[in-house]
Design a protein around this ligand. Structure first.
Ligand SMILES: *[C@@H]1O[C@H](CO)[C@@H](O)[C@H](O)[C@H]1NC(C)=O
Ligand SMILES: *[C@@H]1O[C@H](CO)[C@@H](O)[C@H](O)[C@H]1NC(C)=O
Ligand SMILES: *[C@@H]1O[C@H](CO)[C@@H](O)[C@H](O)[C@H]1NC(C)=O
Ligand SMILES: *[C@@H]1O[C@H](CO)[C@@H](O)[C@H](O)[C@H]1NC(C)=O
Length: 694
């Protein structure tokens, strides 16, 4: 044990006082015997990597004697994970987390957090294995669809906070993951990520730090190595950076089977999951290291208490335990209906608001009046093969991603079905749902406009082989051949290269993997029930060469440093930039007042239909050799503005947001000089600029 760690942890009671852990918890810990202590930091319910009946994806046993309920954990990225066939249809298949983030609406994200918390509780769980927040470094990253930060630490901060708040207010603990530098899926157990300290502090840590500030219960350390040491056994990462510098008071759990050595508890790991590897058994934990086990247990119980899971004799638990593993939860787990009409409506609303309108030449959209629409291409009628997915855990499709974040939808609305259901009396739909060009052209013969669909999916465990959609050839040929306006609808798991057809198409729109309400949400947008209001949280580059590839060998050095994603492409042409998303209406911006770092910005709807705008604040630091590249520092979304209506948005930037990491100081330090503030509709569409001297 290194000195710094010993100072931090001993004596435990003093440490607990410093952290503000209350004496109830100290007393509880004092009453626990050694085997009880070890039992709640080591998962149960798995044997030889097989989940046992009666258990959740992650489980800690109850200590009945002391009124400590069992911890029951379930994934996460698109809702309550459908680990059993019976659960399908009982839970909502939400849009992927990246899709929720692409609405750029912190209130919507918090609503989703509440809904996730409610569904987990309805299923007997009291912990969700989310949010996933890693900033996208590798465009092909297999789990980018669940990483809600997109390419921006700031977007990640805001979204992580809202998610954690929503979930934990429902009495469900949240787990922010995967800490840290888990930026690719290829070779994820062996890849050794190397980033300099400033890059980690300024790019990759902020969403995690925001979750700490919001009081997130737990962190999940990742499979990969950081600086040559596995994350879950990395003392610099878990003790120095997380517990000391960020002040994290909750507990760190391993990713599933990410523990490779008995010593990890001395590097800051508090819980071994799912627990069948034996590393955290009482035999293996150093019996003389009593202070450490008490700290681990204190951290777990403190978080359980904080979200309302522990009652006392005179104060019942805010969120009473619904059931205990094993067995007692079966009826909830397999039989309870967690979804509701309200959640179905929210899933539709999120999917609709997640759509980014990338291009809309001659206002081809929305489609209204008497029209004949050709809907062509296989992705417009995407299949949802439930039996195939039940056999292969990491199989995704065009509605949901593959892997642990997958929630299989019972009957997702395909695009063509959604468009038919929303068509009304005056619109005629002619469909051809194969990728046969001749059939498509035949369907288009008497049509006024053609809609075609492009999609691809992704999965945990490996990165995407290509950034193209699976129908790239078909769509490219189709838009080339079309003599009527062509509209391309995309369902994607992250950054996508669409430059083969984006130039020729009249309109292009992106929705990330949209869950059960996919087609209905498309219908809302295409027929103008709602104006699109999503913005890309990632760049759509012109070609794959412009994006960072997954590393194929170690060390994987983050040479681009702060120039991650869009910030590395500012000098290059891109197809559609970070933050981009059009509307069916137009907006004017005007600075109404300025007081130090506080701005009031008036946004007026100057067009002909209702809509919402996301205003983004990009900040350029004073010129200096070590100045960071331009960065998103804030964003605000208006409510629905009718034509002529306006809304005053307040941007109140904290001086802390204008600092920069000093490796010498081991802290963020103030930067002074002239900062340029750009209020913008995308990272490349600045509307109003100002200079602020700090
Ligand atoms: C990783 O290595 C860099 C460069 O030596 C160092 O600055 C940083 O503190 C290390 N971080 C961790 C978490 O080990
Ligand atoms: C689930 O419901 C079915 C039908 O009502 C019932 O037969 C079954 O016992 C229930 N399962 C559990 C685990 O309670
Ligand atoms: C679903 O997938 C299975 C393979 O698991 C295959 O045999 C079956 O034909 C597929 N069904 C459909 C409708 O595509
Ligand atoms: C589409 O783009 C890819 C990659 O940029 C290229 O290999 C392919 O030939 C293009 N296809 C067409 C039809 O232009």
């Amino acid at each position: 044990m290194k000195l710094a760690y010993a100072v931090l942890l001993l004596p435990t009671t003093l440490y607990a006082q410093i952290l503000g852990a209350d004496s109830d918890i100290d007393q509880l810990v004092a009453q626990m015997d050694t085997s009880e202590k070890y039992s709640i930091v080591n998962g149960v319910g798995w044997i030889s990597r097989k989940q046992q009946s009666g258990y959740y994806i992650g489980n800690e046993p109850a200590v009945d004697r002391l009124g400590i309920p069992s911890i029951k954990m379930q994934d996460a990225a698109q809702g309550f994970r459908t680990t059993d066939e019976r659960i399908i249809g009982e839970v909502t298949a939400w849009p992927c987390s990246l899709g929720v983030a692409s609405a750029w609406d912190v209130n919507l994200m918090e609503d989703w957090g509440h809904a996730l918390g409610k569904e987990h509780r309805a299923k007997g769980a009291n912990m969700i294995l989310g949010p996933s927040v890693n900033v996208h470094r590798v465009a092909k990253g297999g789990r980018n669809a669940e990483y809600l930060s997109g390419e921006s630490p700031k977007l990640g901060e805001e979204m992580a906070r809202s998610y954690v708040r929503g979930v934990q207010e429902e009495g469900v603990m949240a787990v922010v993951k995967h800490f840290a530098l888990n930026n690719q899926e290829n070779d994820r157990n062996t890849i050794d990520s190397h980033a300099d300290e400033r890059t980690m502090q300024e790019v990759y840590y902020p969403p995690f730090k925001a979750a700490v500030d919001e009081g997130v219960a737990s962190f999940m350390c990742s499979y990969n190595l950081v600086n040559g040491t596995h994350s879950c056994g990395n003392e610099d990462l878990l003790v120095r950076d997380l517990k000391e510098r960020m002040g994290f008071e909750g507990f760190v759990m391993s990713d599933w089977w990410a523990v490779n050595d008995v010593g990890y508890q001395n590097a800051g790991l508090d819980m071994d999951m799912p627990g069948d590897d034996g590393y955290f058994s009482s035999d293996n934990l150093d019996a003389s290291d009593d202070g450490r086990i008490d700290d681990m247990v204190t951290r777990v119980l403190t978080q359980m208490k904080k979200v309302g899971l522990l009652g006392t004799d005179d104060q019942p638990a805010a969120f009473p335990n619904l059931c205990d593993i094993p067995g007692d939860c079966d009826d909830l787990f397999y039989n309870a209906t967690a979804t509701s009409a309200a959640h179905e409506a929210l899933a539709l609303s999120i999917a609709t608001q997640s759509v980014a309108l990338l291009k809309n030449e001659d206002d081809v959209l929305p489609i209204s009046g008497a029209k004949t629409i050709a809907v062509v291409g296989s992705a417009c009628d995407a299949s949802n093969n439930i039996s195939a997915m039940l056999k292969v855990w990491d199989l995704g499709n065009y509605y949901v991603m593959g892997g642990s974040g997958r929630v299989i939808a019972e009957d997702p609305v395909s695009i063509v079905r959604g468009l038919q259901e929303g068509a009304g009396d005056t619109i005629t739909i002619v469909e051809s749902t194969t990728d046969d060009l001749d059939q498509a052209l035949a369907a288009m013969e008497n049509a006024d406009v053609v809609l075609t669909c492009g999609a691809t999916t992704s999965t945990e465990g490996h990165d995407r082989a290509s950034l193209l959609v699976d129908q790239d050839d078909f769509i490219t040929q189709l838009v080339e051949a079309a003599t009527i306006p062509s509209v391309v609808l995309l369902n994607t798991p992250g950054a996508t290269v669409i430059s083969n057809f984006s130039g020729k198409a009249s309109a292009v729109l992106n929705m990330f993997l949209g869950g059960q309400a996919t087609g209905t949400a498309w219908s809302n947008i295409i027929y103008g029930v709602e104006s699109p209001s999503g913005k890309l949280p990632v760049t759509f580059p012109l070609s794959e060469e412009d994006a960072v590839e997954p590393c194929s060998s170690s060390p994987c050095t983050y040479d681009e440093k702060l120039e991650v994603g869009w910030r590395g492409l500012v000098e290059k042409d891109v197809d559609f930039p970070f933050g981009h998303g059009l509307s069916y209406t137009t907006f004017d911006y005007e600075v109404k007042s300025k007081d130090g770092l506080k701005f009031e910005l008036n946004v007026e709807n100057t067009g002909k239909s209702a809509g919402r705008e996301v205003v983004q604040l990009y900040v350029t630091y004073p010129v200096a050799e070590d100045a960071p590249p331009v960065e998103l520092k804030g964003f605000k979304k208006t409510g629905v503005l009718e034509p002529g209506q306006s809304e005053l948005l307040e941007f109140d930037i904290s001086p802390d947001d204008l600092r920069s990491w000093s490796t010498n100081a081991g802290d963020f330090v103030a930067v002074s000089g002239d900062f340029q503030f750009d209020f913008a509709s995308s990272s490349r569409d600045v509307r109003v600029s100002d200079t602020v001297t700090v």
